[in-house]
Design a binder for this molecule. Structure first.
Ligand code: SF4
Length: 393
């Protein structure tokens, strides 16, 4: 992986122009994982490179998707975090001591969430403290140290990004262990939500990977970062914390591949036409129709690779893209596999016509035969209220 920590200013400007006044989002683990599942879509790649928050660009339109946590879950998270920290982190000390076979009763707990400016400069300072404390593991310190709110710096597609880990326990049998706090319950020793568990473990695995790179840069053996991570979660229905430890070696390898597949920001910027910007799409003073029209133009210029399953779960543009595909009656609507099986055919309306036995042009011929055979299936696949206001054939 290349490390150009100074992004070329021209690329940075180009991407700032692409973003315009659209809401910005920093790279974080969840965002990275979401992008990984739609990375073959050029629109998604440009939005990712330009740090456009796809979940919020369409806010105020009917195409805004309901992402994000419920206020109830957020409230529970805040309460759980406060519980861990109160009385000098007494609960956190207790749960780490019980779960890690190391006495954290008198461990130094350094709270990096306080005392630093809440901006990039503050993150960079916290990253420096984190790196320094991590490197101390090489001198085998007598007492363990916990960093509350450790910050790791990483190069994501050629731009520096900061990642914030809930805890980093340093000096557990000569190793460093990453911890994440989650407020969803573990009932009878099992997390109740498998998806949330997977996402939390991916998050922790990313910190292990970035932590290893940080150690390597500091000249310390990266193996000092443990392959196992801990999740601190409430036990059963109350808020009493308990610790869940798991090996994430295979997740670390997967995330390493994922990071190396992030497109280079400079290349993305260079390949993006100057006319492309999400500025008007996000402009809440414009009428909805104008914003969606802009969206259609931007995505038409960049191109879309619409795959319903991954788009709907991983991209904030999914409803808007689906609507565009309906409007264009694009075969992509029914998913990439079907679209690939219909080479040379411009629209679903045309699919329907061929399915009903319309004569095929030479370019349509390879797909036309099976289509005619499968003609009646089309009516079952597409709901009757579906596309085809426009005949593009
Ligand atoms: S929803 Fe649209 S922009 Fe997002 S990944 Fe899918 S096709 Fe691309």
């Amino acid at each position: 992986m290349t490390h150009h920590h100074q992004a070329d200013p021209a690329a940075a400007n180009a991407l700032a122009r692409v973003r315009g006044r659209a809401p910005e989002i920093r790279a974080n683990v969840r965002r990275l994982a979401a992008f990984a599942s739609v990375h073959s879509c050029p629109t998604a790649a440009v939005a990712f490179a330009a740090r456009v928050d796809t979940n919020r660009v369409l806010a105020g339109t009917r195409m805004e998707m309901p992402f994000g946590q419920s206020p109830f879950a957020i409230g529970r998270g805040v309460a759980f975090e406060a519980l861990l920290r109160r009385h000098g982190h007494a609960e956190l000390r207790r749960v780490l001591t019980a779960g890690l076979d190391t006495d954290f009763t008198f461990a130094a707990i350094e709270n990096l969430r306080e005392g630093y400016p809440p901006n990039r400069a503050g993150l960079r300072m916290r990253a420096t403290v984190t790196r320094t404390r991590m490197a101390e593991i090489a001198g085998s310190p007598a007492d363990p140290v916990v960093l509350d709110g450790a910050v790791l710096e990483a190069d994501i597609g050629g731009l520096p990004a900061f990642f914030e880990a809930d805890e980093m326990a340093i000096g557990v049998g000569g190793q460093i262990i990453v911890g994440e706090n989650k407020s969803w319950p573990v009932v009878d020793g099992k997390p109740t939500d498998e998806d949330a568990l997977g996402a939390a473990l991916d998050q922790a695995a990313t910190y292990v990977l970035l932590g290893r790179r940080t150690l390597g840069q500091a000249g310390v053996d990266p193996a000092c970062m443990s392959d196992s991570v801990v999740l601190v979660t409430p036990r059963n229905t109350g808020l009493a914390p308990s610790l869940y430890r798991q090996d994430v070696a295979s997740r670390i390898r997967r995330i390493e591949r994922l990071l190396s597949a992030v497109p280079d920001v400079q290349e993305t910027a260079a390949a993006t036409p100057a006319s492309v910007t999400f500025d008007a799409v996000a402009d809440q003073t414009l009428p909805e129709s104008a914003r969606l029209e802009e969206f259609g133009e931007v995505t038409a210029v960049l191109g879309r690779v619409y795959a319903p399953a991954s788009c709907l779960t991983s991209c904030g543009f999914a409803w808007a893209c689906r609507q565009r595909l309906f409007a264009d009656a694009d075969p992509g609507l029914v998913g990439g596999q079907v679209a690939r099986a219909l080479p040379g055919i411009a629209s679903l309306s045309r699919v329907a016509e061929l399915g009903q036995g319309a004569p095929a042009s030479p370019v349509e011929a390879p797909a036309a035969v099976p289509l005619a055979r499968a003609g009646r299936l089309y009516d079952e696949v597409m709901p009757p209220a579906g596309p085809a206001q426009r005949r593009t054939a």
